[in-house]
Design a protein around this ligand. Sequence first.
Ligand SMILES: Cc1ncc(COP(=O)(O)O)c(C=O)c1O
Length: 418
Amino acid sequence: MVKLESLLEARNRHISQALSIAHGTPLHIVRGEMQYLHASDGTRYLDLVNNVSHVGHCNPLVVEAGQRQMSLLNTNSRYVYSGLTEYLSRLAGTLPGELCVGFMVNSGSEANELAVRLARAYSGNHDMVVIEGAYHGHTGMLIDLSPYKFRGPGGKGEPEPWVHVIPIPDVYRRNDSEFNKELREGISEAGPVAGLLIESMLSCAGQVPLPSGYLDEAASAVRGAGGLLIADEVQVGFGRVGSHMWAFQESGAVPDIVVMGKPIGNGHPMAAVFTTPEIASSFDGMEFFSTFGGNPVSCAIGSAVMDVIERDGLMKRASELGHRFRDGLESLKESHELIGDVRGRGLFLGIEMVRDRGTLEPASKEASAVVDSMRERGVLLSTDGPLHNVIKIKPPMVLSEEDVDETLSKLGLCLSEI
Ligand SMILES: Cc1ncc(COP(=O)(O)O)c(C=O)c1O
């Protein structure tokens, strides 16, 4: 087998330093198997961070569907084939009725770009509103729309004049704030806008569920400013929140545009944008075409992902396992002062670590130490949030009860060590 050292040497030669390696000390992974990753030294890791491998790494049903379609036909969406229309109508069936027109692309970034283009074409406005700490993609426009990037290392620090940033509605850190007022005023000060691009539950901003009523307020405020509500469901969609297929459905709001990515193809590069017929027709004659978007292989894979979610009742599983996780984390919180907050829904959870529950001083180093120590115990986690002190849990949805219990007991050991 190729040695890790030679792989790292080749990486240094051929891959930009801008792409860092996950989990600190490099992991040489050779095989994926549902919720597990196998390393070259024979260690099996429980993967609690890969929300892309939604129905499990190398899920046999998805692999088989892709292989079968690849040996039958792969072409582009300018031809007529049943896979595309069947798949789009299946996705549309999970959304409120008016969001029935879908565009298929290849990544979450492409999908968000397209969503913003649609919002601009429809509204005739240019400016956009985003939430502090958000990440929406790696293209030029989306770096400008991602405070996570433009305020981070190598970023310009300040938003472009056409980008308006609303503070994170963080109930834990700012529990006496009037979030809806802040949102409404922020959008109204932005002036006429093309839209608000917002995750239905915040991910990079620290695994923050939106306060009740926030998305409804967002919809009315942004429409009042001439723009559209774009729900970025790239991380949180496809039943991960347990109660609904889409996290925005926890609110009463119906977005004008919904963006899907990551789990949609269980690792196969695909993404989608859904909107109303009226908004979808606002390109004024300009053609839309993506060479690979919606190809028959992607559609077969996407359909297989939906089959597994339905066949194995994964949304219900996310809800049950999420409760099990939360209950366990809440009891760890009782005995470990370092845990300041446990939050999230279904299998999209966050543990905010603090040095002092009164001052909320972030325990970033401690959070990283827990993640490192969990890795030594065979569990992969990571940290995020503006203060780098939130441990994220967003595993493949095929997790078992035993995995949850084992994680909780290992977490207890790691916390006691610190
Ligand atoms: C919320 C969110 N939106 C969009 C993207 C961009 O997706 P992609 O990396 O597939 O381009 C990401 C990627 O991490 C994301 O987390």
